[in-house]
Design a protein around this ligand. Structure first.
Ligand code: AMP
Length: 465
């Protein structure tokens, strides 16, 4: 997951930075803006949030923006690394930013890339040169060579373009109004800019925007089925975002309803409170509380100024960060049966810590519910769970995970509950069912199964023939 933004039409760079902030939750590692000025590109990048990007108080006619969440290369540790680790990138007149993950870079090139967006920029630049600058022909060849997920926004020949891979893994929407075009990972950016959402970019569709918001649509690759990432709805996207005509908030609410049905089936002692793990699971917790007829109480509060525990690289660092991540309303816990709702269990660090914290504060019972089913396969398309060795569900069954986290009951979403809540059939569920929609990802999975998983390297970053 990363956030991408493209703006065509005179816009203050400070305004573009504000809009990019709406995609900060999609990538907190580093961020960047690129704008065109007299046939050259200027860039400004920062570690962490877009609020750290320093830009002049000027307008630009075309602007690209990126927020980075590393699924290739490591985290950025110094400002000197920004140019190679975070987009947007440019090469000979082409500028580009991307959300997704390319699975077969190691097979396509011997060059080392710190960021797959730079690889995409180089390859597309070469293909444009070979195809006389024709974007549509270049993308046709691009799709034949590249395996993975890619939602792109770019600039070429003075025009802005958007492209979404043939499976449509990652979201990409656009809108046009009063001479301005905005392309973004999430529709909330358009809402903030006062530009009405026109629609999602279709999978395999290339859009080229010219002066006065004119638009050409080219159908580059067509797939009979698409593979929208279900985790966008469960975790990544902002609840106010609309993806494939589904409001993320509504999906999360329905996920809560489905979990309530599961909870009722188990006929456990009723909870006193439903408690969300902030922030993603709040709508699900509201629905659960409504369905079970018990109050929702926000007794776990987030320490907002701490970075994400998930992106820590060692378990010791993760444990230490997890300890200071939440603050509890102690008075509401003693003697209560508490039903906790979170969106996912990856390594189990967060769930184990929360259950222990609630018990230490005197909770009578702690039930733990999860809005998505167990993720027991790695993701190769842009979630940083890229080896099975970091997934507790790949080694333990539900009962064993319940024991590990110390909960009185552990209730996961069912696959049907998930699919019905999202309301789409064309989903990528590979991290749950191991069914990878693209050929090279299947090849990696087979090779890893034969060679054995390792914990210190992403599966697709190991050299696999
Ligand atoms: P863990 O503590 O390893 O079990 O990770 C689960 C916690 O991390 C949950 O509270 C999730 O909200 C959060 N989480 C799950 N997936 C991701 C992700 N890809 N990036 C950042 N945080 C995540």
């Amino acid at each position: 997951m990363c956030g991408v933004l493209g703006i065509l039409g005179d816009t203050f760079l400070t305004n573009a930075r504000e809009l990019l902030l709406l995609l900060a939750h999609r990538g907190q590692d580093a961020s960047g803006l690129l704008w065109s000025e007299n046939d050259r590109y200027n860039k400004a990048k920062a570690m962490g949030s877009p609020s750290g990007i320093r830009v002049p108080s000027e307008k630009a006619a075309i602007i690209l923006g990126s927020t980075r969440y590393p699924t290739s290369g490591r985290r950025v540790v110094s400002t000197a690394e920004l140019d190679t680790f975070v987009g947007p990138f440019d090469r000979g007149g082409l500028a580009l930013t991307h959300n997704g993950n390319i699975t077969n870079i190691k097979k396509l090139t011997d060059t080392h890339y710190d960021c797959d967006t730079e690889f995409i920029t180089d390859l597309l630049h070469d293909l444009l040169t070979e195809n006389g600058g024709d974007l549509a022909r270049a993308f046709k060849e691009f799709d034949q060579r590249v395996d993975g997920a890619y939602s792109l926004v770019g600039i070429y020949d003075g025009r802005m373009f958007a492209y979404r891979d043939p499976r449509g893994f990652k979201p990409l929407v656009f809108g046009r109004s009063k001479g301005r075009v905005i392309v973004a990972s999430e529709s909330t950016v358009l809402d903030m800019a006062g530009v009405p959402l026109e629609r999602d970019v279709y999978p395999g569709e290339l859009l080229i925007f010219g002066p006065d918001s004119s638009m050409e649509s080219h159908s580059i690759s067509q797939n009979s089925t698409h593979s929208h990432c279900f985790f966008e709805y469960v975790y990544f996207a902002h609840p106010a975002a609309r993806i494939e005509n589904q409001l993320v908030y509504d999906v999360r609410f329905r996920l809560g309803r489905a979990l309530a049905a599961e909870f009722k089936r188990l006929a456990l002692e009723p909870p006193d409170y439903v408690v969300p793990v902030p922030d993603t699971s709040r709508p699900a917790a509201q629905a659960l509380a409504e369905e079970l007829g018990v109050p929702m109480r926000e007794i776990i509060l987030k320490n907002r100024y701490l970075g994400r525990t998930f992106i820590a690289r060692s378990q010791a660092e993760r444990d230490a960060m997890a300890k200071s991540k939440y603050i509890y309303l102690d008075d509401k816990i003693r003697g209560k049966n508490i039903l906790v709702v979170d969106d996912s269990i990856v390594r189990g660090t967060t769930a184990k810590m929360i259950v222990a914290d609630l018990r230490r504060r005197g909770a009578a019972k702690v039930y733990f519910t999860v809005t998505c089913p167990p993720q027991d396969h790695p993701c190769y398309y842009g979630i940083d769970i890229s080896t099975s060795s970091e997934l507790i569900a790949s080694e333990a069954n539900v009962e064993e995970i319940a024991q590990f986290i110390g909960a009185d009951a552990l209730i996961y979403q069912t696959m049907d509950g998930l699919i019905n809540a999202i309301g789409l059939r064309d989903l990528c569920l590979a991290c749950i069912d191991g069914d990878y929609p693209t050929a090279y990802a299947r090849h990696i999975q087979e090779a890893v199964q034969a060679q054995g998983a390792v914990s210190d390297c992403r599966d697709y970053e190991r050299v696999i023939e």
